[in-house]
Design a protein around this ligand. Structure first.
Ligand code: NAP
Ligand code: ZN
Length: 372
């Protein structure tokens, strides 16, 4: 059901796929290692991109280690990576939006049916197809599964390729197409604005972008963290206040005071303690995706008619809008750039919370064997 527009081309394409270098996990416990994968030759609507940088999202780690075994089991080998920035190397004959040499990005999706209500609303992430995710989704062109951005190049339908302003630093822009849009979209959808008190739970890759956006939208922005040592960074990123969630007295002081809370936590945690922070009719939206169920006690919801919601990345139109907003307001991620060969070290540090605030892999290092 995915990518119907391209299927006829795929069936008739006689051009040989290219072999490119990549980093892949071969099992949940293998870590990632250098390998080669195939990329299709560009079809008429395709853009071939030389990848410069790819961010490391906690979703990459969840999937490389098969931590979402019940919801989205991993097919191996798995080449993660959905925070891709690169330069257009080649375009198919019908491509209109992009040309050779353009700075572009690819986020979490590479195809969708284009006709269902979700797609028609510009919310391809909710495609009934379903949407084809950038990695670990069925690949209608080459068979097997899609492979992500921990690789030297990628070929993507132009509809899923985003323009990146030259005003944005490429490595720091890469995380915008997942961490950025995943926080921007719910903050916009729930109309976060001046005069509101908004909580961002978890100061990691997503959380630090959430702080920047909530602050840019004019809300009183409060970071709710387990890590007291992040307070100074939180203020620098735009937070007006910090609550250390392990401190019951601090949490009590803020009970019933938040209009909106965005929860970006990657592990099972106490949701009820967070519900108690909401006002009557306040909303907690979760974007963090722990592999295990998170218990919900209903009383904290029903007593103040509080709402509990979820959100998934954002559509292509909104992702472009977010990138343009970032270019206009000088917003990028705070990144630590590492050669792709250090990906396993980066994963270990991500699990320990030792990242300020997003690792980005330098893919040029793939070509030079890490000698850059
Ligand atoms: P990350 O950089 O590791 O940040 C997660 C943060 O959660 C940590 O920095 C930490 O913040 C907090 N945390 C971690 N373990 C915790 C625990 N046991 N209890 C309480 N807090 C804890 O991860 P990320 O890349 O931002 O991703 C966050 C989650 O969002 C992941 O599950 C990822 O898969 C998911 N995600 C969802 C979408 C979507 O569309 N819904 C898109 C992308 C990612 P503090 O130190 O401040 O407490
Ligand atoms: Zn992600």
């Amino acid at each position: 059901m995915t990518n119907t527009r391209n299927e006829p081309h795929a069936a008739t394409s006689t051009t040989t796929p290219a072999t490119v270098r990549a980093f892949a996990a071969s099992s949940p416990t293998s870590g990632l290692a250098a390998t080669t994968i195939r990329r299709r030759a560009p079809l008429p609507n395709d853009v071939q991109i030389d990848i410069l940088y790819c961010g490391i999202c906690h979703s990459d780690l969840h999937q490389a280690r098969n931590e979402w075994v019940n919801a989205m089991p991993t097919t191996y080998p798995c080449v993660p990576g959905h925070e891709i920035v690169g330069r257009v190397a080649k375009v198919g004959r019908d491509v209109k939006k992009h040309k050779e040499g353009d700075l572009v990005a690819v986020g979490c999706m590479v195809a969708s049916c284009g006709t269902c209500p979700g797609c028609r609303d510009g919310q391809e992430q909710f495609c009934d197809g379903p949407a084809t995710f950038t990695y670990n989704a069925p690949d209608v062109h080459l068979g097997g599964v899609t492979y992500g951005g921990y690789s030297e190049s990628i070929v993507v339908d132009e509809r899923f390729v985003l323009r990146v302003s030259p005003k944005l630093e490429p490595a720091a822009a890469a995380p915008l197409v997942c961490a950025g849009i995943t926080t921007y979209s719910p903050l916009r959808h729930w109309n976060v604005r001046k005069g509101q008190k908004v909580g961002i739970v978890g100061l990691g890759g997503l959380g630090h972008m959430g702080v920047k956006f909530a602050h840019a939208f004019g809300a009183r922005t409060v970071v709710i963290t387990t890590s007291a040592h992040k307070a100074q960074d939180a203020a620098r990123l735009g937070a007006d206040e910090v609550i250390v969630s392990k401190n019951a007295a601090e949490m009590q002081k803020h009970a019933g005071s938040f209009d909106f809370i965005l929860d970006t936590v990657s592990a099972v945690h106490d949701l009820n303690a967070l519900f108690q922070l909401l006002k009557k009719d306040g909303t907690l939206t979760i974007v963090g995706a722990p592999g295990e169920p998170v218990p919900v006690g209903v009383f904290d919801l029903i007593f103040r008619r509080r709402r509990f919601a979820g959100s998934l990345i954002g559509g292509i139109k909104e992702t472009q809008e977010m990138l343009d907003f970032c270019a206009e307001h000088g917003i990028t991620a705070d990144v630590e750039v590492l050669p792709v060969q250090k990906v396993n070290e980066a994963y270990e540090r991500l699990v320990k919370g030792d990242v300020k605030y997003r690792f980005v892999l330098d893919m040029a290092a793939l070509k030079s064997g890490g000698k850059r």
